[in-house]
Design a protein around this ligand. Structure first.
Ligand code: COA
Length: 261
């Protein structure tokens, strides 16, 4: 089933929902409508029990997302820009999304596009893709979390170089610095992504949610607090029927059937 919005397509493939940013003629640049639609869709999918995993990608074979729609910058004031970033933030919507979310990067992944990928949990990329934070070339800096999430993911030296030079790096380089999880030939991108998405979608939705929360705590707290949160989240799993089913299935040497309860 494919649902259509003005700038986005949403397709259900079993328990995986694929969100496609659909402005290929503008290299899938994020305008206000795209951001608002994507945030609305994520909000709906967050409470849809038939969906366990979300994949985000870009339409066409050129771009994942070529960044914020630069044309919208022209007339924007500091006040309106702040409102867009704080109140209609797609990056926050992705960051707070409670289910696993995978970026399937099929081409240019620049500026806000790279920040969308960085806000996702896993990044899988075609060998034709390229990555960068070129905002510095426009006289601005990353504003969708790039300076923070890129730094946490690849370290200060690499992040600093990308953000200060605006240099675009290729997919193999992105892999070497730890920016992406997998690089595959373009014709295998979808297969590889769906393979990983489906593997995750088989797990207990409750355990996925708690596992994601636990991992996210790691970069947002100190070790003692993180370890404490992990114990609480681990213990919380013991209140689920899925934990009973997982343990029982192991002991009975069969595949578990998780129900998300
Ligand atoms: N915002 C608005 N429009 C964009 C855009 C963006 N971020 N990226 C691409 N486009 C538009 C172009 O203006 C062009 O529109 P037009 O056909 O009406 O002139 C169309 O998309 C195709 O772009 P084009 O540059 O011709 O395609 P390309 O394949 O040769 O190059 C890019 C693609 C992504 C390398 C190049 O468009 C680019 O550098 N984009 C800006 C990237 C950027 O700085 N992002 C950070 C923004 S903060």
């Amino acid at each position: 089933m494919t649902q259509s919005y003005e700038t986005i397509l949403v397709e259900r493939r079993g328990r995986v929902a694929v969100i496609t940013i659909n402005r290929p003629e503008k290299r899938n640049a994020l305008n206000i409508r795209t951001r608002t639609e994507a945030a609305t869709i994520l909000n709906e999918l967050s409470t849809d029990d038939s969906v366990s995993v979300v994949v985000i990608t870009g339409a066409g074979d050129k771009a994942f997302i070529a960044g914020a729609d630069i044309a919208e910058f022209a007339d924007r004031t500091a006040i309106t820009q702040r409102e867009v970033m704080l109140e209609r933030s797609l990056f926050n919507a992705i960051d707070r999304f409670p289910k696993p979310i995978i970026a399937m990067v099929n081409g240019y992944c620049l500026g806000g596009g790279c920040e969308v990928a960085l806000a996702c949990d896993i990044r899988i990329t075609s060998e034709r893709a390229s990555f960068g934070q070129p905002e510095i070339n426009l006289g601005i800096i990353p504003g969708g979390g790039g300076s923070q999430r890129l730094t946490r993911l690849v370290g200060e030296g690499k992040a600093m170089e990308m953000i200060l030079t605006g240099e675009i790096i290729d997919a193999p380089t992105a892999f070497v610095i730890g920016l992406v999880n997998h690089v595959v030939p373009a014709n295998q991108l979808e297969t590889k992504t769906m393979e990983i998405a489906n593997r995750i979608a088989e797990k207990s939705p409750i355990a996925l949610r708690l596992a994601k929360e636990a991992v996210k705590v790691a970069s947002r707290s100190n070790l003692d607090e993180g370890l404490r949160r992990e114990v609480d989240l681990f213990a919380l799993c013991f209140s689920s029927e899925d934990k009973d089913e997982g343990v029982k299935a192991f002991l009975e040497k069969r595949k578990p059937e998780f129900k998300g309860k």
